[in-house]
Design a protein around this ligand. Structure first.
Ligand SMILES: [Cu+2]
Length: 695
């Protein structure tokens, strides 16, 4: 197979008969790998190409180039470099698995705030007019930055009767230890941006909990931050000239090139265009540049100099002054220091992500005021190589500011096989949401591409002992969070009618910004209701056309499991197509309460075919929220109600509090009174049921 750059758009494409693999993975990773040889006549020029070598210390060193050779190289590169770069860019875009997890943003500047923790809530963020003309934080920055990476692909799950069921599904590619513990896999930047430093990677390693009796083996043989994260490509360049102060002379008659430079400002002129950015850490080395050597921060890129164009030169600030210029050094180099900016190794992504999808999809949780960077990596569906399925992330019912990150393919973007995309969310309103893939929803939802997510309220961050009513009132002083019924008929979370004087205890949390402590809980359990039609999954695996109208669920799932698996602690394992057990269905549904404790059940229904009812036997259910809104009227009266069953349609969510006060210790049940749903396909047993343990 050959490939070339053709036409005015310089598109690199394969030109000789597509082989079968290429057809299956068109546009994907394999495509990019297979078209890499570039045979354009312009590309055979090698005489001026700089090839790094390895010195005796094992370090990368660049060959020394004279000024003339550098200029010749530059002339030649003017012709072919842009063409090469455009073609490389086309290939690279097709296989980019990059992740994003910034440590500082406009909304969360690290200079004002540690973005790895949630500060106490003491009122709205103070804003001021920034230099770009929009408001930027000035003080009291609320929230933090959160990141997560997920794969979209396929996997197997285990049903309550032991049947292995094929899925289209999402799997975790970050926060693996949290996911395996049944917690949200959402990471802080520090957790996410940590490069794996364990033992040498083997095929299939780092594993999640593959073939391990212990769910999580830390710290080695286990990747926890963004899977596959690698250090940046190291840059190394030879130095043509290095000088200090305003000594360089330009023009005729000669005058100082940069008269404003201080005595400590060093001008470095490379033999190539500067590949560093302002702010990068660089290391200057050389036998004849002793006074200049060391690790510095790049100041300005693009500096007047008498030798080459401005983009060949940059500055840094030295600690000493008065050094003489060194020209045409035989050993001086500028090298980048190891850094992480989101590049990942595709091999590790594929090792972990392929056939490792779960039901439910990775759990996510963020706090109000957060910024959330969620990277979806489409690893392809290895059991259905005939499909070119894209996937997306749709936060269902979520207050997105625009449709761009909404995941509805008609109004947003969809992610191809072999590509990653980072979704960006703000977290304006607390509540229980869920998320799913929005490609062919009846199919991808039925096949398992659904997961839970929730937003915790600001009220959780009120300092211990702080008055909840006062803290809730402070939110009305911020236009973004104000909820005053008198001026806003859409306001669903006004101040409570009664100031109960409730204060923030040192434990537990709240479902909403109630201002009266009424949504307090000690423990919280996300419960996702779902259903599987085994026939649909079978035809989904066996290349048959699937009729949506014939769909009829026969497994009824709580967090991806049917009873009795719902009360089996720890993750389930399922043998995959490669003969290896993969960790699946991480979330049991055992509700554990100590006497007097309250449990918040964040219940969502993602069933494609039917309404689902969940009843509680012996412990009343207090419903406090519906579809991510607090049940409260415009006058501030709580509209909570107590019931022994709730019914949800697909796409709805509801918040319930179980209070064990006065309840005798023992085992209680959450189960469906739709008695035909208390079965696992042909097995007249099981279904939508779990246990509540009061002990
Ligand atoms: Cu999908």
């Amino acid at each position: 197979m050959a490939s070339e750059c053709v036409g005015r758009r310089f598109v690199c494409r394969s030109t000789v008969g597509m082989d079968p693999l290429l057809k299956f993975f068109r546009g994907g990773l394999l495509h990019a790998q297979r078209v890499s040889p570039i045979r354009h006549s312009n590309f055979t020029t090698t005489s001026n190409v700089l090839l790094p070598a390895v010195n005796t210390n094992g370090a990368l060193v660049a060959p020394v180039v004279s000024k003339e050779a550098a200029k010749a190289m530059k002339r030649s590169s003017q012709v072919w470099l842009p063409i090469l770069l455009m073609c490389l860019a086309a290939v690279a875009n097709a296989q980019s698995f990059r992740v994003q997890c910034p440590t500082t943003t406009i909304t969360h500047p690290s200079a004002l705030h540690d973005n790895n923790s949630e500060p106490a809530y003491s009122g709205p963020t103070t804003l001021q007019l920034g230099t770009s003309g929009y408001m930027v934080p000035k003080a009291n920055v609320n929230g933090a930055i959160k990141c997560q990476q997920i794969s979209g692909g396929d996997g197997y799950s285990t049903m309550g009767d032991g049947t292995q069921t094929y899925m289209f599904s999402f799997g975790p590619l970050s926060g693996l230890s949290k996911i395996a513990n049944g917690q949200p896999g959402t990471d802080t930047p520090t957790e996410f941006n940590t490069v794996y430093t364990g033992t040498t990677l083997q095929p299939g390693d780092p594993a999640t909990t593959v073939n391990s009796a212990v769910p999580v083996a830390m710290p080695i043989s286990f990747y926890d931050g963004a899977v596959g994260l690698v250090n940046d490509v190291p840059y190394l360049a030879t130095i043509y000239s290095i000088s200090e102060g305003a000594t360089l002379q330009c023009g005729t008659p000669p005058v100082a090139c940069n008269p404003g430079f201080s005595a400590k400002t060093v001008t470095v002129v490379l033999n190539t265009a500067v590949m560093f950015k302002a702010g990068d850490q660089i290391k200057i080395s050389g036998q004849d540049t002793t006074g200049y050597n060391g690790t510095f921060t790049v100041g300005t890129v693009g500096v007047h100099n008498p030798y080459f164009s401005d983009n060949f030169a940059f500055t840094y600030t030295n600690t000493t002054t008065g050094l003489a210029e060194v020209v045409e050094s035989t050993s001086a180099t500028a090298a980048s220091t190891p850094g992480v900016d989101g590049h990942v190794d595709p091999r590790q992504i594929m090792d972990i992500g392929v056939m490792n999808g779960n039901i439910p999809a990775p759990l996510m949780a963020i706090d109000e005021d957060d910024e959330f960077f969620l990277t979806l990596t489409n690893v392809g569906m290895i059991m259905r190589p005939d499909l070119f399925e894209q996937h997306t992330v749709h936060f269902h019912g979520y207050p997105n500011a625009s449709s761009f990150y909404d995941g509805v393919p008609d109004a947003s973007v969809a992610i191809n096989i072999g590509a990653s995309f980072t979704y960006y969310y703000l977290a304006p309103d607390a509540g229980t949401y869920f998320w799913h893939c929005h490609i062919t929803p009846p199919e991808h939802l039925q096949m398992g591409m659904v997961g839970q997510m929730y937003v915790r309220p600001r009220q959780n961050r009120v300092a211990v002992g702080g008055n909840l009513y006062t803290a809730r009132a402070l939110q009305d002083t911020d236009l973004r969070t104000a909820c005053v019924s008198a001026s806003d008929i859409l306001c669903s979370n006004p101040l409570p009618a009664l100031n109960t004087g409730a204060t923030r205890p040192s434990t537990g949390g709240y479902a909403y910004n109630d201002g009266d402590g009424s949504t307090y809980y000690d423990v919280e359990y996300p419960l996702q209701i779902h259903g599987f039609d085994p026939n649909f999954h079978f035809v989904g695996m066996t290349f048959n056309p699937e009729g949506f109208a014939d769909m009829k669920d026969k497994y009824f799932l709580l967090n991806g499991r049917s009873y009795p698996d719902t009360v089996m602690p720890g993750p389930l394992e399922t043998q995959s197509a490669d003969g290896v057990n993969h960790f699946s269905q991480p979330l049991p549904s055992i509700i554990t309460l100590h006497p007097g404790q309250k449990a918040l059940l964040r219940i969502s229904d993602l069933d494609v075919t039917e309404y689902q009812t969940l009843a509680s036997l012996g412990i009343p259910m207090k419903v406090i929220g519906y579809n991510a809104k607090l049940l409260r009227d415009q006058a501030g009266n709580n509209l909570y109600y107590t019931t022994n069953s709730i019914t949800l349609a697909g796409g709805e969510s509801l918040d319930v509090i179980l209070d064990s006060t006065g309840i005798p210790t023992g085992t209680y049940y959450l189960y469906t009174p739709n008695l035909d749903h208390l079965s696992n396909d042909a097995e007249n047993f099981g279904g939508l049921m779990t246990e509540v343990h009061v002990n």
